[in-house]
Design a binder for this molecule. Structure first.
Ligand code: 4AZ
Length: 256
């Protein structure tokens, strides 16, 4: 009896210590030059989400990362760094447009996109550079990469270092079997034992050198039959470009 209990306690300890890999983002440490568009979004000085560099003054993230678009100055971004608390360039956000039709309900998260204007222009380099937006969603089976500073397993925070993993774009109908409220403004990606996770939200899903998705949600992380769900950038592109034009228009008006 004692031995049985010891075994039970030992197994529980192992699982909670993370020694039995539920697997993560299945992640490998990134080189910053592989993901120079990666952003760490800060809220009140702490990493809260990922994001992607669109241009030297515009960053794209998820709507669900932005609780208070009317208070942009509580947000800032760090770029050009493999660690989310030091290095690179740290710049304040001055203006945010969050999708007007963003629906925040769990499993009904639609239009999960927001665009941010930075207080000063990023200095672009091999470590800091924009990613173009996809015009067309990649077909099922296309290879894609997701990167971020988020959890390395469900409920297990990352180490603060940028990780990435390779995924494949999921078949839409199959993903809809897992998430029945899925629509074309979403795109799924998965691979055995690999996924994005909490804290990666807002970050980039990249395929063929283009931003194809924004980390949005999922049921836990790397669970078989539950791909990660991403905002579909190709579908949202008209909204994104229009919002960016508004941000830049305001910017010019501000300077007058
Ligand atoms: C989250 O909670 C979250 N597996 C983000 C992405 C995924 C799951 C959860 C995808 O922010």
């Amino acid at each position: 009896m004692f031995i049985q209990w010891t075994l039970v306690i030992f197994s529980v300890t192992l699982i909670s210590a993370g020694s039995i890999p539920e697997r993560i983002v299945g992640g490998k440490p990134a080189e910053i030059t592989q993901f120079p568009w990666q952003v760490s979004l800060y809220k009140l000085g702490n990493h809260c989400c990922g994001g992607s560099i669109y241009s030297n003054e515009i960053v794209i993230t998820a709507a669900h990362c932005i609780e208070t678009p009317e208070f942009p100055k509580i947000y800032s971004v760090r770029v050009g760094s493999l660690t989310n608390n030091t290095g690179g360039q740290l710049v304040e956000v001055v203006e945010i447009i969050r999708h007007e039709n963003y629906v925040p309900k769990r499993r009904h998260t639609y239009n999960d996109v927001a665009v941010l204007r930075l207080q000063s222009k990023l200095i672009l380099s091999d470590n800091v550079s924009p990613i173009p937006l996809a015009d067309k969603a990649p077909s099922a089976g296309s290879p894609a990469w997701v990167s971020g500073f988020g959890n390395i397993r469900t409920n297990t925070p990352g180490t603060g270092n940028l990780l990435y993993t390779s995924l494949k774009i999921s078949d839409f109908d199959q993903c809809q079997n897992s998430y029945k409220y899925l629509t074309k403004v979403q795109i799924c990606a998965d691979a055995p034992g690999k996924d994005s996770c909490q804290g990666d939200s807002g970050g980039p899903l990249v395929s063929d050198g283009k931003l194809v998705g924004i980390v949005s949600f999922g049921i836990l992380c790397a669970r078989p039959d539950y791909p990660g769900v991403y905002a579909n950038v190709a579908e949202l592109k008209p909204w994104i470009l229009n919002a960016i034009a508004k941000l830049l228009g305001t910017h010019i008006a501000d300077q007058k």
